[in-house]
Write a protein that binds this ligand. Structure first.
Ligand code: GRF
Length: 216
């Protein structure tokens, strides 16, 4: 069967991107990464993608007069590479309404908290300030509302009293690298559907959309 074509959009170091590219190298993985696009020309992830032999492109937001015209240029680049699914991986730009509507049901994001807790920026700081004992990450479909689209899967990790933003973010990031490739796999397997704002992942054992990790 033809593999799902995935375009990844980044702004920075691209560790989730690298985890996805690596997962997609397995012969039985149902998706292939067709391109990595960054809005930041210096994004370290672009070099990583090149080293992993993935096509890269830069669409600079500074070159566009408003959010929507940038979004249209980004979308055109992804389409030119034949993307069926767009995966945001550390993309640090707020999209206009146009983009999530254009890619409705085919646009994913990963966020380093158990949504709907701690939206926006400085997410580990927010979790530490709130004193939560558990945090994690969420893969969700992207809608025009920031960090608020239908949840597909989550991974949970403990929060320890001695944690700093750096230690908690690193613990969560390790789970991001497990969770994102899994969700893209399910997409490629055609298991994911949405009804009434809720995601159904067909044919998995109960509980498969929640990962736990107790490792420090
Ligand atoms: C991750 O924490 C992700 O959850 C958030 O941005 C960060 C990106 O990291 N959306 P990387 O560029 O994938 O290393």
């Amino acid at each position: 069967m033809a593999k799902l074509k995935v375009g990844i959009v980044i702004s920075g170091r691209g560790s989730n991107m690298a985890a996805l590219i690596e997962a997609a190298q397995a012969p039985d993985y149902p998706a292939e990464i067709v391109c990595v696009v960054s809005n930041v020309a210096e994004a370290a992830g672009l070099q990583v993608a090149k080293r992993m032999s993935i096509a890269t492109a830069v669409v600079r937001h500074e070159d566009h007069p408003d959010r929507e015209s940038f979004d249209r240029a980004l979308s055109a680049k992804l389409e030119a590479h034949g993307a069926d699914l767009v995966v945001l991986a550390g993309f640090m730009r707020i999209l206009s309404q146009w983009f999530p509507e254009r890619w409705a049901g085919r646009l994913l994001n990963i966020h380093p908290s158990l949504l709907p807790a701690f939206r926006g920026r400085h997410v580990a700081r927010q979790a530490l300030d709130a004193g939560v004992r558990v945090s994690g990450c969420t893969v969700h479909l992207v809608t025009p509302d920031l960090d608020a689209g239908p949840i597909i899967a989550q991974a949970a990790v403990p929060v320890f009293p001695e944690d700093t933003e750096a230690t908690l973010s690193a613990r969560i990031l390790r789970q991001e690298h497990r969770l994102y490739p899994l969700v893209v796999r399910w997409f490629g397997e055609g298991r994911i559907s949405v009804a009434n704002g809720h995601v159904d992942v067909k044919g998995l054992p109960q509980g498969a959309t929640l990962l736990f990790s107790a490792e420090p």
